[in-house]
Design a protein around this ligand. Structure first.
Ligand code: PLP
Length: 384
């Protein structure tokens, strides 16, 4: 048999998936590794999708998405993200992850480089690998509040002339840090000086607790591509709708990748996303309030357990320090001993070694008991 693809073969097994498999095999896991809201999709969205299916939205759509859905997305960008966009500037994809993959494929050729945040969503590295692109990490160190040092970022940009793009993710997975406006504006300038596309992954844009979310495109859209999803905002991870907006040559190229990979995003799901974006937003506020309360609960429980954590301003994750360097082994041992599942810090990069990610997308009782057991496990480890 001939060898399979080297780029696919090179993909590392996600440390989070490994823990998930252990959770599935455990009789009563306390799951704190998941990045999927535990809320149902709002009923009016489900009803709109059901009506759409009955009305015949069960066929192909234009490859870039239904015009009225792209208009709903553009309207949301104008009002929430506060930069100008029209329906023709939008491409609908099968989730934010697919939008990012299509974008990377549209921008880069084999051997190009792309600057990715460390820590960052593990898929950035794997998307780059699938596109045969070198992912060059830039540090968001805990000592700097998980924010970039703009001087060092500028140096890195100057040292990597082969880089085509830089990815920014605020609010961040895994740290929950919401980047201040001045930092984002600084990154926009760096991208402009070094002719880099700025890929702004704004998948957690609606989940902020104190500070407002800012879209880098408000400081200039020439090189910025903004990526969004309905997955997190509306608890719609299974519907698989994401979208992006950017300069015309980029969106045209992305449209070609979408057309030649999935033809178009699912029609019924597009109509569900339209209903979510245009309908009553009360449920979004309810979910954000719940995540904020869970964040406060998790921080209190971590403090009681004697574990240091970084206070997140958004998204639904908390990073906590644990007494381990190899956090993959730590996470495996933790499940075996206590049934608690956490995401190992090294899944996200070198800057989160010695930390684990706890998800706030779990029930408060799970958070409370899970952190208690985590604290107990850490104490026993330190004592032995
Ligand atoms: N970006 C980040 C940072 C994420 O954490 C995720 C999902 O976990 C995504 C993008 C993609 O989400 P989806 O493909 O469900 O829209």
């Amino acid at each position: 048999m001939k060898a399979l693809s080297r780029s696919v073969g090179s993909l590392q097994r996600s440390g989070i998936r490994e823990v998930m498999d252990l959770a599935f095999a455990h009789p009563a896991p306390l799951r704190l590794e998941v990045g999927d809201p535990d809320f149902p999709t709002p009923p009016h969205v489900v009803e709109a999708a059901s009506r759409a299916a009955s009305a015949g939205y069960t066929h192909y759509t234009p490859s870039r998405g239904l015009p009225e859905v792209r208009q709903a997305m553009a309207d949301k960008i104008n009002s929430f993200n506060r930069f100008p966009a029209g329906a023709d500037d939008v491409v609908v994809a099968a989730g934010g992850g697919h939008a990012l993959f299509s974008l990377c494929r549209a921008i880069c050729d084999r051997g190009d480089q792309i600057l990715i945040p460390d820590p960052g969503w593990p898929n950035y590295r794997n998307i780059a690998a699938l596109c045969e692109v070198e992912a060059v990490p830039y540090a968001l160190s805990a000592g700097n509040g998980f924010l970039p040092d703009l001087d060092r970022l500028e140096e890195l940009a100057a040292q990597t002339p082969g880089a085509k793009a830089l990815i920014v993710n605020s609010p961040s997975n895994p740290t929950g840090v919401v980047w201040p406006a001045s930092t984002l504006a600084g990154v926009v300038e760096i991208c402009s000086r070094h002719d880099l596309y700025l890929i702004s992954d704004e998948c957690y844009e609606a989940i902020t607790f104190e500070d407002a979310h800012h879209s880098p495109a408000t400081w200039g859209g020439e090189r910025t591509i903004s990526v969004f999803t309905v997955s997190k905002t509306y608890a719609m991870t299974g519907w698989r709708i994401g979208y992006l907006v950017g300069p015309a040559p980029v969106t045209e190229a992305v449209g070609k990748v979408v057309e030649n990979s999935i033809s178009c995003a699912p029609a019924v799901s597009q109509k569900a996303a339209e209903a979510a974006l245009q309908g009553d937003q009360t449920q979004v506020g309810v979910m954000v309030d719940a995540y904020r309360a869970r964040r406060d609960l998790a921080l209190d429980c971590l403090e009681q357990a004697g574990l240091r954590a970084i206070r997140p301003g958004g998204a639904f994750y908390v990073m906590a320090r644990v007494p381990a360097t190899d956090t993959r082994s730590f996470a495996r041992e933790l499940v075996a001993a206590t049934g608690v599942t956490v995401a190992p810090g090294d899944a996200f990069g070198a800057e989160t070694e010695g930390m684990v990610r706890l998800s706030l997308a779990s029930h408060p009782d799970t958070i409370e008991e899970g952190v208690r057991r985590l604290g107990e496990f850490c104490r026993q480890r330190e004592a032995s």
